[in-house]
Design a protein around this ligand. Structure first.
Ligand code: CTP
Ligand code: MG
Length: 178
């Protein structure tokens, strides 16, 4: 299999996670996951940037992308789950849950480090959601994983995340470019 096809298949694999990570910027809001509660260190558990609606909107977005892939990809050379439509849907769900859990974990660590909501933390912002997406999707997607594949996706995710936030800021969707 040539490198370009492998790269395309890996991007298709991670796509539900990217949607889960970006949709809450637009659809999030309302009650926060931590209900405004603080920890013993005086900082919020997760902060105002993590809302319940955003959490479920992210999972729903990943599920939707997985379902679209289940319709579109079987039978093509981009078919990553051997024609198994249920695997696409399940992978989408797992990637969505993993992404949103990892996003929460990232914010939790940021708050424990005293980093305020919305302030950047280079590795945590870009890679925590990715790490958890990989972990949770492992049962369905492990056949796609290799050292090279994970390294490729980590680098891609890092730079796409940085770039996407600059664009979201220019479009007025986010007040800060990270
Ligand atoms: N968002 C949300 N609910 C979530 C995750 C994200 O509503 N579970 C929305 C919030 O409006 C948030 C925006 O998406 O401000 C961007 O997400 P993110 O960059 O992860 O949050 P930050 O505001 O930067 O907060 P943190 O410092 O905790 O990362
Ligand atoms: Mg942020």
């Amino acid at each position: 299999m040539d490198a370009l096809l492998t790269a395309i298949r890996l991007v298709l694999y991670i796509l539900p996670s990217y949607f889960a990570n970006s949709v809450p910027v637009v659809l999030g809001g309302g009650t926060t996951v931590d209900l405004g509660k603080k920890m013993g260190d005086g900082n919020r558990i997760f902060g105002d940037g993590k809302t319940i609606r955003g959490f479920f909107a992210g999972i729903a977005a990943a599920l939707l992308i997985g379902s679209l892939q289940a319709i579109l990809l079987p039978g093509t050379e981009w078919d990553i789950y051997d024609g198994n439509r249920a695997s696409y849907v399940f992978a989408g769900l797992l990637l969505g849950i993993g992404t949103m859990l990892g996003d929460l974990v990232g914010s939790f660590i940021k708050r424990r480090q005293g980093i305020l909501r919305g302030k950047p933390s280079l590795m945590l912002d870009q890679l925590m959601f990715f790490l958890f997406a990989l972990l949770l999707s492992y049962p369905v997607c492990q056949h796609l994983f290799s050292i090279e594949a994970v390294a490729f996706l980590a680098v891609l995710t890092y730079f796409l995340h940085v770039g996407a936030n600059v664009i979201a800021n220019r479009l007025g969707l986010k007040s800060v470019p990270w």
